[in-house]
Ligand binder design. Structure first.
Ligand code: BDR
Ligand code: CA
Length: 316
């Protein structure tokens, strides 16, 4: 199996991304690194450690990444994030804390070390603010260009955003870092709201998980019922919750799940569209394409596979 690092702001769909990775024999999850967005880095790492523990992988280390945007002194989750993921990031679902703490090495040091060690065998999936990832790509573009893929969840090419009509949450947290990543020359795959809003999970999945009668099945069901409830209030037309972060993991494992368009992207840094991802007009004719932007997804294949894998994981 190839090695996988998840860079998460562990809210609900990030926790589902951990579960999906653990349920996927194609990859070996070697670490979770902490970023911010749904929650603070500290809370997100506490959630990651608890989820790893619950699913029987207390051996997987967690590393702290940068905890605020490049152009701010601190970070606190927005009321919108709290409404969707709950104050604790996991929708108040009952889960014991792990006795473990994060590693002393920083996420940045760990990621660069792993990139050097594993090269093409390493997959990196960032699904929160892109601060740490942009930073390591700027620090060591050579090592970061050598990894198998960097597949991030964030942005949108066509559809309305979720922070405002133009802006998606992960990019909105630190537009400068996202823009820096796009321009770093390091190749990325962007899994944006265009496709994640088409991978919708319904309460039929949570009924299945609850019916397993296990602690992990109950946790998944409670957490996702909370998430679906938040979507029913904010985006009822979806008919369930979007599987944003797990889809990015699935695409890293199997890129054929999506169709992509090769583009050079940038982020609006000023004005009313601050945080919007958009193709860079100056680079549109550049043959060297930095980002494969997902535009289509085989939703049925992914959602069916997602439910099957998590059901098997939560059965144990
Ligand atoms: C993204 O923002 C966060 O709320 C989710 O975890 C996901 O990564 C969706 O816009
Ligand atoms: Ca996330």
């Amino acid at each position: 199996p190839r090695k996988l690092i998840l860079d998460l702001d562990t809210g609900i769909d990030d926790a589902l991304a951990i579960a999906y990775a653990l349920a996927s024999p194609e990859v070996d999850l070697i670490a979770v690194t902490g970023t911010y967005g749904n929650v603070t880095v500290e809370r997100g790492m506490r959630n990651s450690l608890a989820v790893l523990n619950l699913f029987g992988r207390p051996d997987i280390p967690v590393y702290a990444g940068l905890d605020h945007p490049a152009n701010a002194d601190s970070f606190g989750p927005s009321p919108g994030s709290r409404a969707i993921h709950g104050d604790d990031g996991l929708g108040g679902a009952d889960i014991p804390d792990s006795p473990r703490v994060p590693q002393s090495e920083s996420a940045g040091e760990f990621i660069i070390g792993a990139a050097r060690e594993y090269g093409r065998d390493l997959l990196i999936v960032p699904t929160g603010a892109l601060t740490t990832i942009a930073h390591v790509c700027a620090q060591d573009p050579e090592a970061m260009s050598g990894v198998g893929s960097i597949t991030f969840m964030g942005g949108a090419l066509t559809v309305p955003g979720n922070v405002n009509p133009c802006v998606e949450a992960n990019i909105s947290q630190d537009p400068e870092s996202a823009d820096m990543l796009f321009r770093s020359g390091v190749h990325t795959t962007m899994v944006g709201l265009d496709v994640t809003h088409r991978t919708v999970l319904t309460r039929s999945a949570t009924r299945t998980w609850r019916g397993l009668g296990t602690a992990s099945g109950r946790f998944l069901a409670d957490m996702v019922d909370y998430y679906i409830g938040a979507y029913e209030r904010s985006q009822p037309y979806l008919g369930g919750c979007g599987l944003h972060d797990p889809l990015a993991v699935a695409v890293a494992i199997d890129p054929t799940l999506v169709t992509t368009m090769g583009l050079n992207m940038q982020v609006d840094l000023d004005g009313p569209f601050r945080g919007r991802t958009i193709a860079d007009p100056a680079l549109l004719r550049n043959a060297e394409v930095a980002t494969d932007v997902a535009v289509g997804v085989d939703s049925t294949r992914f959602v069916t596979d997602f439910v099957t894998r998590l059901t098997m994981l939560a059965r144990r």
